[in-house]
Design a protein around this ligand. Structure first.
Ligand code: NDP
Ligand code: HSE
Length: 433
């Protein structure tokens, strides 16, 4: 048996604690896959006084990154601190001191990936990041390696566990949005700043990484059109259900005329389809490749042990040398990667509208008239008899036939200026299949 490989873990929060637990509790099994034992040599955290759910073997825990970067016994560093700083400086410190790095920090990669990967290449080191996208689902390896023979046509997925957890608790139990968000935080699904989850930022950063792997282009994540779940309410989920749909935060990237159409937004997905049946903190990714056809991946996208599963797989890959080969040879996040050309072509799809209107004669014809003027044809309308309507108006729910997404946006903007409309209307795409 070869000598043990010594690992330094930076960050012992939700994911870091899971990684230490897995390395300790599954040591035999992991040794068999790595060909040698993998030992946690030390951990670095922010607050050394905090009580930990896992003991660091040997009790070597401190708050100085140099205790890992400058320890010659440690060859692999696992960076499990979220956000941009000090995570970026820590990654640089670790690479410059000869450590191969494993991370789950997608914000860091989406923002500074090319710079960090160039540094790692220059220094002959590797960065592995399977856990950065879709938690326990091995989607980075699937796209980057297993589907490498394919020209990828499209990616569609649920990439944020917190948002999906919130939406399913609301639709299944009628739970309150704010209460479920707190629960998602308590379960360790949410980012340190949970607005990144619910405003769509986290899913958009993950989509940018997947699009890079799939399409070989660099996509500045902030250029991707993004809407989160923070504008949704229970009524919208109920109306969608009445029409045979669920609402999911869906990330989409697809080729069209040499460009990429990309967006992250809540959308209606038909009950019974795989995305609609993706519940709780589960993620799902549907990929179409020209050779393989459509593939569907489903698994826990957030949480301690599913994420630790992906991190530890990366540690093993790094130890056996697979990560270095992949990193050196596949051109992932190279600094001369071409920038994506984002498509601004409108998409033809059905739309779901919720418009709050004054409960008075002639309102329906006014709204349908405006839709008609914009070339939008209506498939169905729901207006329940709401007695004692308030200033907030009564909800009018409209499902359109397939129509140009930019035309529907313009129509809704016009509708919202009408004196019979109360508040801002909601317009969601409907993803059939
Ligand atoms: P946590 O907030 O639970 O843990 C963060 C850890 O980083 C803590 O141990 C904290 O120390 C440590 N830390 C923060 N600042 C410093 C610092 N300046 N110096 C040293 N240590 C520091 O985060 P998670 O474990 O949830 O997430 C870690 C990363 O993994 C993030 O990038 C996240 O996006 C990603 N991720 C998370 C998933 C999840 O389900 N939670 C899933 C997939 C990816 P202390 O404990 O002392 O405060
Ligand atoms: N906050 C993220 C989520 C963690 O909820 O999906 C996993 O990346």
């Amino acid at each position: 048996m070869s000598a043990p490989v010594r690992v330094g873990v930076v960050g012992l929060g939700t994911v870091g604690s899971g990684v230490v637990r897995l390395l300790v509790e599954s040591a035999d099994h992991i040794t068999r896959h790595a060909g040698r034992p993998i030992v946690v040599e030390r951990a670095v955290v922010k607050d050394v006084a905090k009580e930990r759910s896992v003991p660091v073997p040997g009790g070597k825990i401190s708050s100085d990154i140099r205790d890992i970067s400058q320890d010659p016994a440690i060859s692999v560093a696992v960076l499990l601190v979220g956000g941009l700083e000090p995570a970026r400086s820590m990654m640089i410190e670790l690479l410059e001191h000869g450590k191969d790095v494993v991370t789950a920090n997608k914000a860091l990669l989406a923002e500074h990936g090319p710079e960090l990967f160039e540094l790692a290449r220059k220094l002959g080191r590797s960065i592995a990041f399977e856990a950065a996208v879709a938690g326990g689902i091995p989607i980075v390896a699937a796209i980057g390696e297993c589907l490498a023979a394919n020209r990828i046509e499209s990616i569609r997925g649920i990439l944020n566990g917190t948002s999906n957890f919130i939406l399913t608790r609301m639709e299944e139990d009628g739970a309150d949005y704010a209460d479920v968000l707190k629960l998602a935080q308590a379960k360790g699904f949410a980012e340190a700043d949970p607005s990144m989850d619910v405003d769509g930022t986290d899913a958009t950063q993950k989509l940018a990484i997947l699009a890079h792997l799939a399409f070989g282009v660099w996509v500045p994540w902030a250029e991707i059109s993004r809407t989160g779940i923070d504008g949704l309410d229970l009524d919208l989920l109920k109306y969608a259900g009445e029409l045979g749909y669920r609402i999911r935060l869906v990330a989409v990237a697809s080729r069209s005329d040499g460009r990429l159409a990309m967006r992250v937004a809540p959308a209606l997905v038909r009950i019974g389809t795989p995305l609609a049946e993706t519940r709780g903190a589960y993620n799902a990714v549907s990929i179409v490749g020209d050779a393989v056809g459509r593939m569907f991946f489903h698994g826990l996208g957030a949480g301690q042990m599913p994420t630790a599963s992906a991190v530890v797989a990366d540690i093993i890959d790094t130890v056996v040398g697979r990560a270095a080969i992949t990193f050196r040879t596949t051109g992932v996040l190279e600094s001369d990667t071409p920038a994506a050309k984002i498509s601004d072509t409108a998409v033809l799809e059905r739309h779901f509208l919720r418009i709050r209107v004054k409960d008075q004669l002639g309102v329906l014809s006014k709204i349908t008239g405006t839709l008609g003027e914009h070339g939008i044809s209506i498939a169905s309308v729901i207006q329940h008899d709401v007695s004692g309507s308030s200033d907030a108006g009564v909800p009018l729910v409209i499902m359109t036939h397939a129509c140009d997404s930019s035309a529907v946006q313009k129509a809704v903007a016009a509708i919202d200026t009408s004196d019979v409309v109360r508040g801002k209307s909601v317009c969601l795409s409907v993803l059939e299949e």
